[in-house]
Design a protein around this ligand. Structure first.
Ligand code: UAG
Ligand code: ATP
Ligand code: API
Ligand code: MG
Length: 512
């Protein structure tokens, strides 16, 4: 592809180097991966400044360079841009032949509920597509990217632009017309979706997370707001959580601009609201009230927070022009979202506690998933959780407090310790548990029915103890790792799946 075509529209100005009439055979932002014929884009990062590696990129065969820095005298054409990350997004689109121009994009942002909402939307869109004879949608998010019945794992929830536009290309080539995607705050901060236009976007909620990356909650919000301010089509629809103060600010802003915005609310009024909701281990029954009319749904998803995800998915789908009937059928098709309130198998049969594996890894998510477990449990709620290493430390005591306030028995353990000491992470969680009113029970002293918290850094042992300490009418909630099939200790990933460990613990359960 001609360099001038790759750079089209990205505002790059040549500052040095030779003739720009060269062909580009690849694009990369990583000097270590440069192949002869590539364009190298030097991105300033958290740890490194890509500009340091321009020499290395050229010596590996880069035929042109894009950077925010003024070009030194360069052997290859050197282009200056005001934002390397924005340029990267536009260049990636050009390089893959602008596949997103052929797609209808629907996006979901927010701290919790993105993955669940995108899978509800996928089912709704697939139902609509089936009836209209159109192709099924694609999905991009934490569980990977999915189209044509195949899911491929991803390193990030929202991929870097070069991966994202390559995936769009694969999808368009396979005939996909609509893509529903999670848009993370890291992606928005790093301009991974710069230049994309969404037909409808949703905002689930905003609560504490990633404050190791964002300065404070307000900055975290401003980053999420970009999706609505910069990426929503002028005639597109925004659906936001009316029960969330941050999300409501977006509603007011868009309404002030006479844009299309809907609020959804589980408890109060809103363009999308709920009535007659009931929750059990069989799922949710509720009436979704919408500008298009009422939709009675029976969902297999568990807990009040999932009703919020249903309202958001219904709002986005209706906003994108899907019929009420397809919204209902799609929602009812989703039997579960992998690793979210995902019930572990009881292979032995007979009475046993319900063991739910969930991905709650923020204090709000943990609070909400414990609340959900409470609506499902006839007996007690037992929670097993830990906090990830090398991530926002501020959430550790907060997660401890919500666990103590919501659960009867808590088993504190490891999540992915990464390069931190597991015991040191736990030591940052336990003051929160004490603050929440639970007292520590010494190892080996726990009795069935007792209140308090136990500590065991070995996640497998912690899950086994929790299952053994549960009575048949208790609910055991194993939070934090959801769909993950590994545990990261140091820099190594070991096979570990909460759902398998829990099913084994149930099969070998020795009550008491
Ligand atoms: C914290 C974070 O988001 N980091 C992202 C960031 O990395 P960074 O700023 O540390 O990059 P860096 O190492 O300083 O390098 C800067 C540049 O120099 C280049 N470089 C570096 C070294 C070298 O020898 N040569 C070279 O060219 C790098 O390729 C890069 O382009 O920029 C990189 C390039 O765009 C991203 O890949 C990387 O995402 C990493 C993999 C990551 O783990 N991100 C997570 C936290 C994330 O994005 N998570 C969200 C979901 C979160 C949630 O909702 O729960 C997601 O969307 O996945
Ligand atoms: N609407 C909601 N409000 C609050 N908590 C929720 C909501 N939906 C899900 N959760 C909690 O958050 C966890 C993660 O849910 P989900 O994977 O759908 O969200 P996500 O935004 O994609 O998360 P991540 O950013 O980690 O990918 C769930 O396991 C549950 O504990
Ligand atoms: N995308 C989130 C996932 C956290 C999952 C949890 N299991 C952990 O490892 O902290 C992150 O990387 O912060
Ligand atoms: Mg997700």
């Amino acid at each position: 592809m001609k360099l001038t075509d790759v750079l089209a529209g990205c505002g790059a100005e040549q500052t040095s180097g030779g003739r720009s009439a060269v062909d580009v055979t690849g694009v990369t932002q990583d000097s270590r991966r440069v192949k002869p014929g590539d364009l190298f884009i030097a991105v300033p990062g958290l740890k490194e400044d890509g500009a340091q590696f321009i020499g290395e990129a050229v010596s590996r065969g880069a035929v042109a360079v894009v950077s925010e820095k003024q070009g030194q005298s360069s052997q290859v054409p050197f282009f200056k841009v005001s934002s390397a990350r924005k340029a990267l997004a536009l260049i990636a689109a050009n390089f893959y032949g602008r596949p997103a121009d052929k797609l209808t994009l629907l996006g979901v942002t927010g701290t919790n509920g993105k993955t669940t909402t995108t899978y509800l939307l996928e089912a709704i869109l697939a139902t609509a597509a089936m009836y209209s004879g159109s192709p099924a949608p694609g999905v991009i998010g934490t569980l990977g990217y999915k189209f044509g019945g195949k899911t491929t794992e991803l390193a990030n929830t929202t991929p870097d632009p070069l991966d994202l536009h390559r995936i769009f290309r694969e999808m368009v080539d396979a005939g996909v017309e609509t893509v529903v995607m999670e848009v993370s705050s890291h992606a928005l901060a790093q301009e991974r979706v710069h230049g994309l236009t969404f037909k409808a976007v949703g905002f689930s909620n905003l609560s504490r997370d990633h404050l190791d990356y964002h300065k404070d909650l307000e900055e975290y919000f401003q980053v999420k707001r970009k999706l609505f301010a910069e990426n929503l089509a002028a005639t597109g629809t925004a659906v936001v959580n009316g029960d969330d103060a941050f999300a409501s600010r977006i509603y007011n802003e868009l309404r002030g601009q006479k844009r299309m915005a809907w609020k959804f609310s589980r408890l109060g009024p809103g363009e999308i609201s709920a009535a007659d909701a009931t929750f059990s281990l069989k799922g949710i029954e509720a009436t979704v009230k919408s500008p298009a009319g009422d939709i009675k749904v029976k969902s297999k998803l568990l807990g009040p927070h999932n009703l919020e995800n249903i309202l958001l998915a219904a709002g986005i789908a209706l906003g994108a022009g899907i019929s009420r009937a397809d919204v209902k059928s799609g929602i009812e098709l989703v039997s579960k979202v992998s690793g979210r309130m995902d019930r572990a198998e009881n292979h032995r049969g007979g009475p046993a506690p319900a063991v739910l594996v969930d991905y709650a890894h923020t204090d709000d998510a943990l609070k909400r998933s414990i609340e959900a477990a409470r609506t499902l449990a006839k007996g007690r709620v037992i929670v097993v959780f830990g906090c990830g290493g090398d991530r926002d430390k501020g959430k550790r005591p907060l997660m401890g407090t919500v666990a103590a306030e919501g659960a009867d028995l808590v088993m504190v353990t490891s999540d992915n310790p990464r390069t931190e000491d597991p015991e040191a992470i736990i030591a940052e969680v336990t003051p929160g548990l004490e603050k929440g009113g639970l007292r520590r029970i010494s190892a080996g002293k726990a009795k069935v029915g007792e209140k308090g918290y136990l500590v065991d850094a070995d996640r497998r042992a912690a899950i086994e103890q929790a299952v053994n300490l549960a009575k048949d009418d208790d609910v055991v909630l194993i939070a934090g790792k959801g769909h993950e099939t590994y545990q990261t200790v140091g820099t190594e990933k070991h096979a570990f799946d909460d759902r398998e460990v829990a099913a084994k613990a149930l099969a070998n359960r020795i009550p008491g």
